[in-house]
Design a binder for this molecule. Structure first.
Ligand code: TRP
Ligand code: ZN
Ligand code: CA
Length: 435
């Protein structure tokens, strides 16, 4: 549609030079830190648990398998540590292949009983060996994280529950039993289950389960902080206890350093270790001893468990009135592609309010050209402003109220702006979300 009046197009620099607008340097906002930082998990403590698991196997016919005395001795060892640290422990019995099996559950008193964060590992080995990487490693990492919760006397927002599963090697028997015997109302309170099965492989890869996006991001952020690349876990989805939880709709995630698959040369290049060799050459065999552990992998993954428990367990809702702003200018191309500006909300639970406010400051010489949307972290678009061919006024400086109550507060929120008509242009000057 032709326009009656058209002003000469002025760029940002021209407008600024003419004194029509003020161009300020973008301000760096201090990131809010709603979650508590996790402690470093001492590798020596994790390895001391492995030494105990090895001794238990050695004293009990060389394994810690379901139905064998080495399994129950492993349960007793972990339970004694947890009881002394102030956990409320429960040993859950079940029967499989004619033998009694045991799950160990340890609850840390406190936190929201309606939001339970679980972390677990299978404690049984196969009969052929002591099972130190598979899965003394995950068992020890989870145990030492629980003990660190006690040392810190952590007061998490979520209720924390740690678990050690029996008879995983017979087909996820213990974790299935736990989930099947959890009443539906209790199941619905479990906001996440974190699984650790084989986290110290001697020729390690750094694999993150590709499941719940929030949990996955929590682990990826940890590894990004270490500058260690990760890959998505693909060596058998559903081959460990997280599958029991995932099957009933509970969000899951976890870490893995690889089993019998071969490390590629690309993987050896980025992670070190030996290309053309299995991540764990002693997988399910008698040589899965304390010698079958890569200390660096075990150390990093133990710290990653603590990071996830602290991050996901201590996150809080966004306090009403908190705001998040981006003041970096973003040029809006004339009659071109949409551009976005992001604000990151991190460490938060719960949904955005029904009265989420978006303060928008877009400088433009013909605001009728401009279409503005607010994008929630999941990509849902909320139209803030349509284009209109006869709105020739300058700038979009306005506060919009959005009912965002169906959107998770946490994540990357974007202001999306598109200029849909030729000639006039502008830029996003700043925008702010207020919860
Ligand atoms: N849980 C398997 C076992 O004990 C090992 C395994 C294979 C695994 N693939 C996996 C564990 C993927 C976690 C994720 O034999
Ligand atoms: Zn195994
Ligand atoms: Ca235009």
């Amino acid at each position: 549609m032709p326009r009656a009046i058209r002003r000469a197009t002025a760029g940002v620099a021209t407008l600024a030079a003419a004194g029509l607008i003020a161009v300020t340097a973008p301000t760096a906002l201090a990131a809010p830190s709603p979650t508590l930082a996790a402690p470093d998990i001492p590798l020596a403590n994790v390895k001391a648990h492995l030494t105990q698991f090895q001794s238990i196997a050695t004293a009990n016919g060389g394994n810690r398998a379901h139905g064998r005395p080495g399994y129950k001795a492993s349960i007793d060892y972990a339970k004694a540590k947890l009881d002394a640290a102030g956990f409320t422990t429960t040993v859950q019995q079940f029967t499989s292949s004619g033998a009694t099996g045991y799950n160990l559950i340890a609850d840390w008193p406190g936190g929201d009983p309606n939001k339970v964060l679980m972390a677990g590992a299978h404690l049984d080995s196969v009969t052929s060996g002591p099972g130190i990487n598979d899965n003394g490693s995950g068992s020890a990492g989870v145990l030492e994280t629980a003990l660190a919760v006690s040392r810190a006397q952590l007061q998490p927002t979520k209720h924390l529950r740690f678990a050690w599963w029996g008879a995983e090697e017979l087909g996820l028997i213990g974790s299935k039993y736990y989930v099947n015997n959890l009443p539906a109302t209790e199941r619905s309170k479990v906001s996440g289950y974190l699984n650790f099965d084989m986290i110290g492989s001697p020729n390690p890869g750094y694999f993150v389960y590709d499941d719940d996006p929030t949990i996955e991001k929590t682990f990826k952020d940890f590894y990004a902080g270490l500058n260690v690349p990760t890959e998505i876990e693909t060596e058998g989805d559903g081959r460990s206890d997280h599958a029991s939880f995932k099957n009933v709709g509970i969000p899951v995630g976890g870490l893995f350093t690889g089993a019998s698959r071969t490390k590629s040369s690309a993987q050896a290049q980025k992670w070190g270790g030996t290309a053309g060799q299995a991540f764990d050459r002693c997988y399910h065999s008698s040589c899965d001893t304390t010698a079958n552990i890569n200390d660096t992998a075990l150390d990093r993954n133990s710290d990653a468990i603590a990071h996830a428990v602290w991050t996901l367990g201590t996150e809080t809702p966004v306090p009403p009135g908190d705001s998040y702003e981006n003041t970096t200018d973003v040029a809006i191309p004339d009659n071109g592609a949409a551009v976005t500006s992001t604000v990151n909300v991190t460490g938060r639970t719960g949904n955005a309010p029904a009265t989420l406010k978006a303060d928008v400051d877009i400088r433009h010489t013909w605001r009728g050209d401009v279409v503005v949307d607010l994008l929630a972290p999941d990509g849902t678009a909320y139209r803030l402003k349509n284009s209109s061919s006869n709105d020739s006024a300058d700038n979009v400086i306005a506060t919009y109220t959005v009912n965002a109550s169906s959107e998770a507060a946490n994540g990357a929120w974007k202001l999306r702006v598109q200029d849909v008509a030729a000639q006039d242009t502008g830029y996003i000057n700043s925008w702010k979300l207020t919860f």
